[in-house]
Design a protein around this ligand. Structure first.
Ligand code: ATP
Ligand code: MG
Length: 719
């Protein structure tokens, strides 16, 4: 006698049901976007609990983001009702790793209240390690060491496991030793970094088989979402845990592997079948998310990749609207058209929460955000701070705020030692003491202190140079276009250089954001107007309310879905991104194409691509050509809405070689832009005025007294 299927199973197709009901033994669900992989995982958990195969705490489920974990918790709650017995262990690899490590901290030489260092602290610590070993940080930047160590950790390699050839790659063969020293420093601080959260679990389990066995017994069922983006350390972690009951279900899509640059390995999918022989492999082919045209466009595009496991996708949905492609004259017009399009959807009662804008790089967000703010369109940025809240933008803003208002103590504190110039906490305390006693702002206190002999000589001369710089910059604001002053400030202060020397993965993105920041200033008549605008934008971010457009990078959009998806910036060089092509060649291009595929498949009903024929790259205008990905979309599923008149269709859908506009992103224009930046750096700040960075001021700057006078005039004048 077979009981009627439980409600939660209703509506699943046969293959989905098989994936849910094959509870015992390893299961691999390999299927395309929108086929219900995540839904299968959620239903599987409900099924395990409802059929009493497992209690919630027997289950471990791994998601790719915290947001996904929260959503899955909510869905499970809805499926099984208020769970009396608690929830499964459900979270990202890092979150679960942390939970395990806290319980057994002593076994890996930590206390259970260990701290988890963020990137900044991690780098600070590496600087100390480099200094201890007398390694010149200018030559061997801490961030480069950080990058190497993160890479080893992603591959599950502890200091003693680094292959000899690689450990020699840093600082004349000291890589491995530095890694060891860094781990020792972490241990004395009772701290770990992100990579350790998994690596130390591996160590814990290797050295304490009884602990491992305990977890292997405990987790009767293990489930993993977005499996294609696991790195080696995560894979090893999973394989160890799953050896107990071997009831492990992984779902993934090789066509959505987009974190190769962070150590993810698609090969983990192939490894799975090898390490878990006899695994049931389920393929889901029906897409429940997108309409016909969107799916056809996405499938046509990804078919151009060679390295694929290959699969088919079909929908029983109607064809729906074609994917639209619109061209704009420049990125500003693109943002305007995009916002207008959103407003007209809004007028037709489409909820804003069902609209997403997905960009390739975060610097693209600035113009779009500005437009939203102007129109009063509520939006949220997912997976990262809003443009003006990014650390590098806040730093740049701090420099400008002091220039406009020398009494801005918060801004001064933020940048007095950023970039590092030897004005640390001790100096700041001295300044604070003095400023409090005299009831004056910090910058003025600095001005006066450098005239006394209370400061150490080196501190004194550095601080003097800084004060003089601010005075110079404040005067420049009155004479030069404010965006040029900003550019000069960033160069002369050494701030741009700090990121140029930085070899971490996000440094290039930060430099792009800084360029975009300077560029954005040109739209305002003066510095005060610009700062007011920024204050307004920052304030707008406080506004709450559920109905908001979502803005995020393509990377952050994984697993999500929206009725309408806007995909701006489809231009060669931007997308596919030139850096990915330069660094990884063909593999890079394929990863970019997967990213485009992820973007398109987020859309349920509408996908709207756009490109601009002119875009500023590294501060210089370049004409661009539409992304090669646009040409790869099947003609029958796209609609060209409006291409700028001067950009009429040629042999191809768009003339991909528009002579009148000269060079493109990928080729000379791009390089020229880069060469120019380098040249102006080499010239020591290019269009600088007054003295060179950090140098003693010449006669023009006058003595500190004069500077003080200027600063006071400035601060009272602008008050
Ligand atoms: P991605 O690869 O993008 O993460 P996915 O394979 O995880 O996609 P889901 O997010 O689980 O796909 O499902 C996509 C959409 O299809 C969801 O809205 C889901 O509720 C719906 N869906 C999945 N299976 C079915 C079904 N059998 N009947 C109706 N809707 C379904
Ligand atoms: Mg999913």
């Amino acid at each position: 006698l077979k009981p009627a299927a439980a409600a939660y199973l209703e509506g699943l197709n046969a293959e989905q049901r098989r994936a849910v009901e094959t509870t015992d033994g390893p299961v691999l669900v390999l299927a395309g976007a929108g086929t219900g992989k995540t839904r299968v995982l959620t239903t599987r958990i409900a099924h395990l609990i409802a059929t009493a195969r497992a209690r919630p705490f027997d289950i471990l489920a791994v998601t790719f983001t915290n947001k996904a974990a929260r959503e899955m918790k909510a869905r499970i709650g809805a499926l099984v009702g208020p769970a009396g017995e608690g929830m499964p262990w459900l979270g990202t690899f890092h979150a679960i790793g942390t939970k395990i490590l806290r319980r057994h901290a002593e076994l890996v030489g930590l206390k259970s209240d260990f701290t988890i260092l963020g990137t900044d602290d991690q780098i600070r610590l590496m600087k100390q390690v480099l200094a201890d070993q007398n390694i010149d940080e200018k030559r061997w930047p801490a961030r480069a060491l950080g990058h190497a160590i993160d890479g080893w950790k992603n591959r599950g390699l502890g200091p003693e496991q680094v292959p000899p050839g690689e450990s020699g790659a840093f600082a004349f063969g000291k890589g491995g030793a530095l890694y060891t020293a860094y781990q020792a420093r972490l241990a004395t601080l009772n701290a770990v970094d992100f990579g350790d959260l998994l690596l130390l679990c591996l160590k814990l389990w290797r050295e304490n088989p009884d602990v491992l066995e305990n977890y292997q017994q405990r987790f009767r069922y293990i489930l993993v979402d977005e499996y294609q983006d696991t790195n080696v350390a995560q894979y090893l972690w999973l394989r160890l845990l799953a050896q107990g009951h071997r009831n492990v279900a992984c779902v993934g899509d090789d066509d959505q592997s987009i974190y190769g640059w962070r150590g993810a390995e698609v090969d983990n999918i192939l490894r799975f079948e090898h390490d878990f022989p006899g695994a049931a492999v389920v393929r889901l082919e029906r897409n429940y998310r997108s309409t016909g045209h969107i799916l056809a466009a996405a499938s046509g595009l990804i078919a151009k990749n060679e390295g694929r496991l290959g699969k088919t996708l079909r929908t029983e949905d109607e064809p729906g609207e074609r994917v639209t492609i619109s061209g704009a004259w420049d990125s500003e017009e693109e943002a305007r058209l995009l916002a207008e399009s959103i407003e007209s959807l809004q007028a037709k009662k489409h909820p804003l929460s069902e609209i997403a804008v997905l960009v390739r790089i975060s610097a693209q967000m600035r113009e779009i955000e500005d437009r939203f703010v102007q129109l009063g369109l509520p939006y949220r940025v997912i997976g990262g701070p809003r443009f003006y809240e990014r650390a590098e933008i806040r730093d740049a803003l701090a420099y400008l705020r002091i220039t406009a208002n020398p009494a801005d103590d918060l801004a001064f504190e933020r940048i007095i030692n950023t970039p590092k110039r030897g004005l640390g906490d001790a100096t700041l305390q001295q300044l604070h003491g003095y400023a409090r006693a005299e009831r004056i702002p910090l910058l003025l206190a600095a001005c006066r202190l450098v005239e006394t002999d209370e400061l150490k000589p080196r501190v004194r001369s550095t601080l003097r140079a800084l004060v003089e710089s601010f005075s110079r910059w404040a005067r420049a604001v009155e004479k030069m276009p404010h965006s040029e002053v900003a550019q000069t400030i960033l160069e002369e202060s050494g701030y741009t250089e700090m990121w140029q020397k930085d070899r971490s993965a996000d440094a290039a993105g930060r430099l792009e954001n800084l360029k975009e920041f300077v560029r954005s200033m040109e739209e305002f008549p003066d510095l005060a107007g610009f700062l007011e605008h920024v204050a307004l934008v920052m304030d707008a971010s406080e506004a709450e309310g559920a109905e908001r457009v979502s803005l995020m990078t393509l990377h952050a959009a994984k697993g999500l879905e929206f009725d309408t998806v806007f995909l701006p910036g489809w231009e060669d060089g931007l997308f596919p991104n030139q850096r990915a092509l330069d660094e990884s060649g063909r593999a890079g291009l394929e990863e970019e194409r997967r990213l485009a595929h992820v973007g398109l498949t987020r859309a349920r009903k509408r996908a709207k691509l756009s490109f601009a024929v002119n875009r500023r790259i590294h501060g210089l205008w370049s004409s661009t050509i539409p992304s090669r990905f646009i040409d790869e979309l099947p003609e029958a599923s796209v609609d060209v809405i409006e291409a700028p008149a001067h950009f009429s269709a040629g042999a191809s859908r768009f003339d991909r070689n528009p002579q009148p506009f000269g060079s493109s992103y990928g080729t000379p224009g791009w390089q020229r832009a880069q060469a120019n930046t380098n040249a102006s750096n080499a010239a020591g700040g290019g269009r600088g005025f007054g003295s060179a960075p950090g140098g003693r001021a010449g006669a023009r700057s006058g003595g500190p007294r004069q500077i003080e006078g200027e600063l006071i005039a400035k601060s009272t004048g602008s008050a």
